[in-house]
Design a protein around this ligand. Structure first.
Ligand code: ACO
Length: 424
């Protein structure tokens, strides 16, 4: 591929290009400042590649998403989450024995140190489970101080994946005042989570296979999405040499925001608002279009997808299937479908190519599974965990990786004289 040429201040600079395996082109500006004193300015990084990566491919124009080359549609229904976690972390699908060994690790490391239970006691019952998850994950680093050593890398990846579901379920039990259910070794990863969430000591609990299948699919659909806000945060923090627990805790915090993973909670709140209002869909679509109103259609729009988010397509169908299998009639599903229809017929949404994203239908399935609304973003975090870990690992193995340190264009006051307080 030919190099790019940049003309600036009477000079011409030749910039090398990098071509990815799917033909994507990057113009390498890493030497630009040294040569020209100029930097590139790209607020929100919409046009900036921060790394090369071999984990996930997205073509937002065509609505394509592939993990390690496998189309999301092919794996969402058939695979298990632990299989896809292995794929993301190791590059290829596991053989039966590799998966058995991987699952054994996820089982063996699923308990928390007993002292960590005391942390949960300190939170108010109203604490948002994302606050608990992020601080508990950061706290794990105090129990595993050697986590940053190369020899311990895979072990700590397994630990974090294994313990994340225990922390998440304990935070839910704490919020409803029920005793913690310890992880059961005879269950699969997803069944173990459901058991810790919904079992109580007083009576037997059987994991419903419909819930387990739905959970596998939901977690797989969230498992990676290349350089999104939270994954970039994990890489940013990891680039300083911070340990794996600290890096992932930072990613969890980034995910929490309503423009990112927090949108799934906001979607349900919005659908309930539409239901309570009873005033029709156009009113809310108009509100979302009004630039003087900060209301947006939550679960709509995406930085990368300018076509249907393939995950939303799968989830829309799954919402119908799962609700039917569970015998649930949730009026919010009908409201969501109607809102989607009205928005997609509206010129504003058509022009801007705003489609439903992964968060639009996921909450309806979570609700049908009995997962409370304030746990939705935690569910997203559990799904995204292998993706974050795979990126952290890729970064650690990348010989060209440097500390992430963007530049800025300073627009503040120029030098001025300090006046002591008494003279001001
Ligand atoms: N409702 C109404 N208008 C919207 C919406 C929306 N949901 N999303 C984007 N727009 C409009 C913007 O106002 C803007 O209009 P303009 O060109 O007239 O100024 C245009 O579409 C482009 O939007 P940006 O905000 O510039 O796009 P950006 O790529 O920065 O943001 C984002 C993407 C954050 C996802 C945005 O679409 C949004 O806020 N959506 C709602 C929140 C949401 O669902 N987030 C989850 C995203 S998926 C994920 O993280 C898992």
């Amino acid at each position: 591929m030919a190099s790019a040429k940049l003309q600036f201040d009477g000079k011409e600079y030749e910039l090398p290009t990098v071509v990815g395996s799917e033909g994507e082109v990057g113009i390498d500006i890493s030497k630009l400042r040294a040569q020209s004193k100029g930097i590139t300015l790209d607020p929100g990084y919409g046009n900036t590649g921060s790394c090369t990566s071999g984990i996930t491919f997205i073509d937002g124009e065509k609505g394509i998403l592939r993990y390690r080359g496998y189309p999301i549609e092919a794996i969402a229904e058939e695979a298990t989450f632990s299989e896809i976690s292995y794929l993301l972390l190791n590059g290829d699908l596991p053989t039966a024995s590799e998966l058995e060994e991987f699952d054994e690790g996820l089982t063996y490391h699923s308990m928390l140190h007993e002292d960590m239970k005391k942390f949960f006691e300190g939170y108010p019952p109203t604490a948002h489970p994302m606050a608990i998850l992020s601080s508990m994950v950061a706290s794990l680093s105090s129990y595993y101080p050697g986590a940053n050593l190369e020899a311990n890398l895979d072990l700590n990846i397994t630990r974090l994946l294994a313990k994340a579901i225990t922390i998440a379920a304990f935070s839910y039990k704490k919020s409803i005042g029920q005793p913690f259910m310890y992880p059961r070794n005879d269950l699969s990863y997803t069944a173990r989570f459901l058991n810790m969430m919904f079992a109580v000591p007083a009576e037997p609990y059987e994991v419903n296979p419909v819930l387990e299948r739905a959970l596998n699919m939901l977690l797989i659909l969230h498992a990676d999405h290349e350089q999104n806000c939270s994954t970039s945060t994990v890489r940013m923090v990891g680039s300083s040499g911070a340990n794996i627990y600290a890096s992932i805790a930072a990613g969890i915090c980034a995910l929490w925001g309503p423009l990112h993973g927090g949108a799934n909670q906001k979607v349900i709140e919005m659908l309930r608002m539409i239901q309570d209002d009873g005033g029709g869909y156009q009113k809310f679509v108009d509100k979302a279009k009004d630039k003087d109103d900060n209301f947006r259609l939550m679960g709509f729009g995406h930085r990368v997808y300018k076509n249907f988010d393939p995950r939303a397509r799968i989830l829309k169908k799954a919402a119908d299937d799962v609700l039917e299998e569970l015998g649930i009639d949730d009026p919010l599903l009908e409201i969501a479908k109607n809102l989607e229809r009205v928005a997609l017929e509206d010129e504003y949404f058509v022009e801007r190519r705003l489609y439903p994203n992964v968060d639009f239908y996921s909450g309806i399935i979570y609700s049908a599974m009995g997962i409370p609304v304030n746990m939705f973003t935690v569910m997203f975090a559990l799904g995204r965990m292998p993706g974050w870990l795979a990126h952290w690992k890729e970064l650690r193995r990348d010989p060209s990786a440097r500390i992430n340190r963007p530049r800025q264009i300073y627009v503040g006051a120029t030098e001025r004289e300090f006046v002591p307080l008494a003279e001001r």
